[in-house]
Structures are given as structure tokens and as C-alpha cells.
Design a protein around this ligand. Structure first.
Ligand code: SF4
Length: 262
């Protein structure tokens, strides 16, 4: 039996009835910008950043944002989105990027919120999820629905390497990584520095055990500031070319440096 069929059944058995008074813990929301990283770099995008993360990477440049947040009821979130004219913008092609921290820490409520969005506005936007590959996604995100297919259109997975400063036992979850890889609409974006043997680690921990495919890999330079990005990027481009995998920059850092919420 395929993964998708198991998921479809599990989803049918779930009671997804929610009240609009249900809530999400939100760190920030903004739209009319671009996706700065990964395979959809440059696509117009809106970001919903949820509070909290499973990890605490040494070079994380969003931790000052995801550590804080406020409780928003679904109604309040819809109001916020309406005020920004977001439904129209999403309908016209902006991607909705669910990010954090770790959005899957609130996945039950997040799935319920997206279901409500689709019911109210009568369409499903293109949804991307940033995922550090620690938590298995709920079937609500991965199973096929009759009218629009899968809830999540793109998984921007970013498993962390030694250079994150996180102990391996906390950041390396082979079962989750393999599961994400098999979903099909998954990319694996690795933050690379010139100081460590990051490519050696990717080969040993991800490719040799066949957790992911090489054509799912994106190498991205570490760079919390434009200066630091410049320092790493030539090395990372070379590593990507030598190993025949995709490279991406951090376009928001190139454009706006350390300013957040752009
Ligand atoms: S997993 Fe992502 S959001 Fe969480 S600490 Fe690491 S870089 Fe930051």
C-alpha cells in the first residue's frame, strides 16, 4: 500500500471541525515580497512566521523573531490578511510561505487554519512550508484531496549539519528525512560554510544511506549578513558545480541585508 493511500484514509477519519476562535501563535506576517531562498527564489510571496522552533542553530538569523509571538485567532488572522488584500494577491500568484521557527510545531492548528482559508475564499493558494525535518508532517498536509491535490505544494526542507552547532542526535532524524524525500514535492536545502566538510557530511549522512536523491539537493551559503554571504558564496557555488547539484543564494540578504519583514 502506498504512503499516499494510508494518508488519505487517516485524513478521512479525522474530525477537522474547528471554531474560528481557534488560534495560532504567530511571530510575524508580511506580504508583497519575494521568496529569498530555494527552488522558488524570486517568486512573489507572503510569509506567515509561526512562533517557536525545535532547534536553536548558532547561525539562525530569525531567532530574535520566532522566539516571540502573539496569539491570533483564525478570525483575527483572516482580518489581518483581508486588510493586506492577501486573498486576491494569493489568487493572482503570490505564494504563501509558512515558516518559523518550526511551523510543524503547530501543525494541527495550522492545517485547520488552511482548511478554513480554503473554505472561506474558495481556492487554495500555492503553499510552501519551511521544514527543519524534525517532526513528521500530519497527513492533512500530505494526502491528496479531490479538488486541489495536496495542501502543501512545496516542502523546503532544511536539515541541519554539524555547522549548525546542534548535537547530531537532536538535528538528524533519518526517518523524517526519508519520509519527506519520498513525498516528491520536496527539496533539501543545506546551509554550507567554507570552514567544514559539509559536502562530505551530506554524502555520508544523506546520500549514501539513500535518504534523499541528489537531484533534490540545493546548496546555500551561510550568510546572516551580506558581508558574510559574499565570503561563503564563491566556495559554495564551486562545491555545487563540482558535485552537479543546485546552488541558491539568500536573495533577501542580497537585497535587504539584515532587515527583517521585507
Ligand atoms: S531550524 Fe531554522 S528557524 Fe530553527 S533555529 Fe535552526 S535555522 Fe533557525
Amino acid at each position: 500500500m502506498s504512503l499516499q493511500i494510508i494518508h488519505a484514509r487517516a485524513y478521512q477519519q479525522k474530525d477537522t471541525t474547528v471554531a474560528l476562535e481557534d488560534f495560532l501563535e504567530v511571530s510575524e506576517f508580511y506580504c508583497d515580497t519575494i521568496q529569498g531562498e530555494g527552488v522558488t527564489t524570486g517568486v512573489p510571496a507572503a510569509f506567515l512566521r509561526l512562533q517557536g522552533c525545535t532547534l536553536n542553530c548558532v547561525w539562525c538569523d530569525s531567532k530574535s523573531v520566532w522566539r516571540h509571538g502573539n496569539r491570533f485567532t483564525f478570525n483575527e488572522l483572516f482580518e489581518l490578511m483581508n486588510n493586506a488584500d492577501l486573498p486576491r494577491k494569493l489568487h493572482e500568484g503570490q505564494h504563501l510561505v509558512l515558516t518559523g521557527g518550526s511551523p510543524l510545531m503547530q501543525q494541527d492548528k495550522l492545517a485547520a487554519f488552511l482548511d478554513e482559508f480554503i473554505k472561506i475564499y474558495d481556492f487554495k493558494p500555492f503553499i510552501e512550508v519551511e521544514n527543519e525535518c524534525i517532526i513528521l508532517p500530519d497527513p492533512a498536509f500530505t494526502s491528496f484531496r479531490v479538488f486541489y491535490g495536496r495542501m502543501v505544494d512545496l516542502w523546503n526542507n532544511s536539515p541541519k549539519l554539524y555547522n549548525s552547532g546542534i548535537l547530531r542526535k537532536y538535528r538528524y532524524k533519518p526517518d523524517v528525512i526519508k519520509y519527506m524525500s519520498l513525498l516528491g514535492n520536496s527539496w533539501f536545502k543545506f546551509v554550507i560554510t567554507y570552514e567544514e566538510d559539509d559536502w562530505g557530511e551530506i554524502k555520508k549522512d544523506f546520500l549514501e544511506p539513500e535518504l534523499i536523491r541528489k537531484d533534490q539537493i540545493i546548496l546555500m551559503p551561510r550568510g546572516e549578513t551580506f558581508e558574510e554571504l559574499k565570503k561563503n558564496q564563491a566556495f559554495v557555488v564551486r562545491t555545487a558545480i563540482e558535485n552537479n547539484v543546485r546552488y541558491c543564494t539568500r536573495e533577501h540578504i542580497v537585497l535587504w541585508d539584515t532587515t527583517t519583514g521585507m
